[in-house]
Write a protein that binds this ligand. Structure first.
Ligand SMILES: C[S@@+](CC[C@H](N)C(=O)[O-])C[C@H]1O[C@@H](n2cnc3c(N)ncnc32)[C@H](O)[C@@H]1O
Length: 216
């Protein structure tokens, strides 16, 4: 998907991926994922998710990365935040207490811009990327974060032959191959078939898995 695809999706309001609730995996796994904090949590391809405010409200420093200015404006308006906006390398950095949103292409992210990240919340980020770009994305994240970083990832599995993404299918074998060398554990799994059928997806089965990925 080129940037235009996503910018157009935001312009046209095709944002079915957005939820008006905090993602349930965060409160469910809070003690384990976020215990011993505060942490610096990277939320790549963050859209206008409510997860950002939920994380900052718990004292974590949050860095979101998002292409769409429209999404970024919407999230700040919703949260009643008045960010400062300034250039930061190839990005525009929207800064407010506890939250930096970098407006631009996630592939331009560098350790300097991301800061000392030790947690990554990947919700609808990896699965939003074309197969060709997923390995590059994971390599970039690995180069960015501190040793011992935990990545919590939500990934989907369904018959990709029946339906083109995004969101793409990223089955267990691919998660494990992408994150080879890290400790990969399945945290939970649920059946999202009915939910996706309600969105018009004619598929047999849609599996939603939360993965725990611990970098050595
Ligand atoms: C499927 S949405 C998920 C948004 C958010 N994580 C959520 O859960 O609501 C993917 C988001 O990534 C953004 N995006 C896509 N490619 C990107 C890129 N290369 N760099 C930064 N953001 C990107 C899109 O604009 C879109 O908001």
């Amino acid at each position: 998907m080129d940037p235009k695809f996503w910018l157009t999706a935001w312009e046209e309001g095709r944002t079915a991926f957005h939820s008006d609730a905090v993602h349930p995996a965060l409160p469910l796994h809070e003690a384990r994922f976020l215990g011993g904090g505060p942490h610096r949590v990277l939320v790549p391809l963050c859209g206008k998710t409510l997860d950002l405010a939920w994380l900052t409200a718990r004292g974590h420093e949050v860095v979101g990365v998002e292409l769409s200015e429209k999404a970024i404006v919407a999230l700040h308006e919703r949260e009643g935040r008045a960010p400062t906006v300034a250039p930061a390398g190839p990005f525009r950095a929207w800064q407010s207490p506890g939250l930096t949103v970098l407006e631009g292409d996630v592939f331009a992210l560098t350790p300097d811009l991301a800061g000392a990240v030790d947690r990554v919340w990947d919700r609808a980020a990896l699965v939003a990327l074309d197969p060709e770009r997923r390995a590059r994305y994971v390599a970039m994240l690995r180069a960015l974060v501190a040793p011992g970083t935990i990545v919590m990832l939500e990934a989907f599995d369904y018959d990709q032959a029946r339906r083109a993404g995004p969101p793409h299918a990223v089955p267990e074998a691919e998660v494990r191959a992408l994150w080879a060398g890290a400790r990969v554990e399945r945290l939970d799994e649920r059946d999202g078939t009915e939910e996706m059928r309600a969105r018009g997806w004619e598929i047999e089965r849609f599996l939603v898995t939360t993965w725990w990925i611990e970098l050595g």
